[in-house]
Design a protein around this ligand. Structure first.
Ligand SMILES: [Zn+2]
Length: 198
């Protein structure tokens, strides 16, 4: 598991843990306790959240299901400004299991991105969480439940670390190469069966 610490001039500090489970990249964020909301939360209670990233175009084989993960924006008109919101209490996102329900949905794309990626997650600081303490192992397990629930909906294509393409799990063997990469390497004569050679 990768761990990264992000600190912006002491204003915002967070620890970000990231890893992959069943072909889905996930991220767990741990922030320092709220200092000014002690009537709601414990002083020493860390603020946890977890997120999954789905590359819907490349990872979800069924196009119709993939499209349904790309929610339509709605305008929320406030007193002095407006902003975009998403109603994520709809199929298929309502099928995913989150601690206390989904509280985060956003569209993640690079500039000129070819593929649509969504980030979906939840946090652990609800009122009913008061006096409950969480730790990293617990959150990892919760995150895995979320990913398991996604697999209940659809198989998720795996990212080939060598060519960058996404293919069904069955196209991979334990070498981590997808079948196209492996065939190419065998053809080029640079495939070594003991897989030590890269
Ligand atoms: Zn490949």
């Amino acid at each position: 598991m990768k761990k990264e610490i992000i600190e912006k001039a002491h204003v915002e500090y967070k620890e970000v843990f990231s890893d992959t489970y069943l072909n889905i990249n996930y991220e767990i964020v741990k922030r320092p306790p709220y200092q000014d909301l002690t009537y709601l939360f414990n002083n020493d209670e860390y603020l946890w959240s977890h997120y999954i990233y789905i590359n819907i175009d490349q990872q979800i084989p069924n196009k119709e299901l993939a499209d349904s993960f790309w929610l339509k924006p709605e305008m929320n008109n406030g007193y002095s400004k407006s902003w975009v919101v998403y109603n994520y209490f709809v199929y298929p996102i309502d099928q995913l299991i989150f601690h206390g329900g989904c509280t985060h949905y956003s569209k993640i794309s690079n500039i000129d991105a070819l593929y649509r990626v969504v980030k979906i997650g939840c946090d652990y600081q609800h009122l009913w969480d008061k006096d409950r303490y969480y730790n990293l192992d617990y959150i990892i397990n919760q995150c895995k439940y979320t990913i398991d629930s996604l697999w209940q909906l659809t198989p998720i294509n795996k990212h080939c670390l060598y060519c960058g393409n996404f293919s069904p799990e069955s196209d991979f063997d334990e070498s981590g190469y997808c079948i196209c990469c492996k065939e190419k390497r065998i053809k080029n004569g640079d495939w070594n069966e003991d897989k030590k050679e890269k």
